[in-house]
Design a binder for this molecule. Structure first.
Ligand code: SF4
Length: 440
């Protein structure tokens, strides 16, 4: 049985029960319960996670055994975060002993290695043992058919330990004018991830069946719905917001699959273009539990340079207005934005953006930038791991000063340390919570 889980949040019970059924699964020695979290242990795990995200990790065959059968494999649900080309199935995440959930970014030149020795899955650096690791169990629903010949993993995979992810569009129309965000590989990765990639045109029935199976299995407890930008287009003689239409139809399919209207879904999308932002109310009414509009970069000049599609289509002012309006409509803990940290933005301006958002009750999620294949920064290096750890501390300080702590994962999924997003803020906020509990 997992430790600490039910104390954190009553909604963890679903996952707790799920793990109780599968802990020590026969034939899957690397599925284990976590050990009790301590501040010292979590600090070490946070630094290891920062290293794995910045340096990447390579694997030998022993660490890949059991993937796609008992352990969960990577699914390209939006981006490909690996460094360099990958040729075989990799784990989507590695779990550290106290439940720190690390996204896997393969780098075949990394000093960090995932291997099994004496039956123990472990992480080594330059040949020396660093820490034990665990695999995430492969959900049973992954192999079920959403429709004839299409497995459910390709409709909506599971991210981390508890999150169902679905993308309404594995394409982004900013790229049509060569204005995709500079750090993103959503479009180029479609060429090389065909088998892993999500089915691009998913039917209502496929989504409904997959959500039903995943929630009935009890292996997820919240949903992240995201995708690239979709332009308005003419339909039956009228201009229609296709992004809106797609998102709302996916929400409806999820509602039918789960069998209720109030589903725990966070919608990450581009900021709506309507000037009065009335569409935000419609969204809420039709089932979006929480929303996230990604600014990515705070400084206006850098925003226009590195997010030129967002800047020219919606504009930064609309982005800021949208975040403020959403905070009014959705309330605390239900509005967030991501910043790509370690990319091109200086610390000072990034923290200014964190302050602006936190003052307004908007949760900032700092992503750890990776120089991914398919971008012009492919051969660049991110800052060192310690820089990202320091940034997570500074951002947590600002967020907590304004009362923007970690919330219910349905509201702010990337604050959830079980969720596996490439950010350290969830882990830092969890560490602060454990310290508070111990009055440190
Ligand atoms: S909005 Fe930017 S980061 Fe998001 S998918 Fe489009 S290009 Fe990529």
């Amino acid at each position: 049985m997992r430790t600490n889980m039910s104390n954190l949040d009553p909604t963890f019970k679903v996952i707790d029960d799920h793990y109780r059924r599968i802990d020590h699964l026969e034939g899957a020695p690397h599925i284990k319960p976590p050990v009790e979290a301590t501040p010292e242990g979590l600090e070490k795990e946070l630094l290891v996670k920062a290293n794995l995200l910045t340096e990447g990790i390579r694997f030998d065959e022993s660490a890949l055994e059991g993937l796609c059968s008992v352990y969960k494999e990577q699914s390209r649900w939006l981006f490909d975060w690996n460094m360099g080309e990958h040729r075989y199935y990799l784990p989507e995440e590695l779990l550290l002993p106290m439940d720190t959930t690390c996204q896997v970014r393969e780098n075949r030149n990394s000093d960090w290695l995932g291997t099994v020795e004496d039956g123990v899955l472990m992480i080594k650096k330059n040949g020396k043992f660093v820490i034990e690791a665990r695999h995430v169990p492969r959900p049973e629903y992954y192999s079920k058919e959403a429709s004839e010949g299409i497995i459910m993993r390709r409709i909506a995979p599971k991210r981390g330990q508890d999150c169902l992810v679905i993308n309404y569009a594995p394409f982004c129309m900013y790229w049509m004018n060569n204005k995709g965000c500079s750090f993103c590989n959503i479009v180029p990765n479609m060429k090389w991830t065909k088998d892993d990639l999500q089915v691009s045109r998913r039917s209502f029935e496929q989504i409904k069946n997959t959500a039903k199976a995943a929630f009935e299995e009890g292996c997820v407890r919240h949903i992240l719905l995201t995708g690239g930008y979709i332009k308005k287009a003419e339909k039956d003689g009228k201009m229609v917001d296709l992004e809106d239409e797609m998102i709302l139809s996916v929400i409806q399919a999820l509602q039918e699959g789960i069998g209720r209207e109030d589903i725990p879904v966070n919608v990450i999308r581009t900021v709506p273009k309507d000037k009065d932002l009335k569409s935000l109310e419609k969204y809420k009414k039709l089932g979006a539990y929480s929303v996230c509009f990604n600014l990515e970069v705070w400084d206006p000049l850098l925003f226009s340079k590195y997010c030129s599609g967002k800047d020219s289509e919606q504009g930064r002012d609309q982005w800021l207005r949208g975040l403020e309006a959403a905070r009014e409509i959705y309330g605390p803990g239900k509005v967030s934005t991501h910043f790509v940290t370690g990319f091109m933005e200086p610390e000072e301006s990034l923290l200014e953006g964190v302050e602006w958002c936190s003052e307004r009750g908007i949760g900032v999620i700092p992503l750890v930038w990776s120089p991914v294949r398919g971008t012009q920064y492919e051969h660049f290096r991110p800052p060192v791991a310690e820089w990202f750890v320091e940034m997570a501390k500074k951002i947590a300080d600002i967020r907590l000063k304004h009362g923007v702590d970690a919330f219910n994962p349905a509201g702010l999924p990337n604050d959830d340390h079980l969720c596996g997003m490439p950010t350290l803020i969830a882990d830092e906020l969890y560490l602060r919570k454990i310290k508070r509990e111990r009055q440190l």
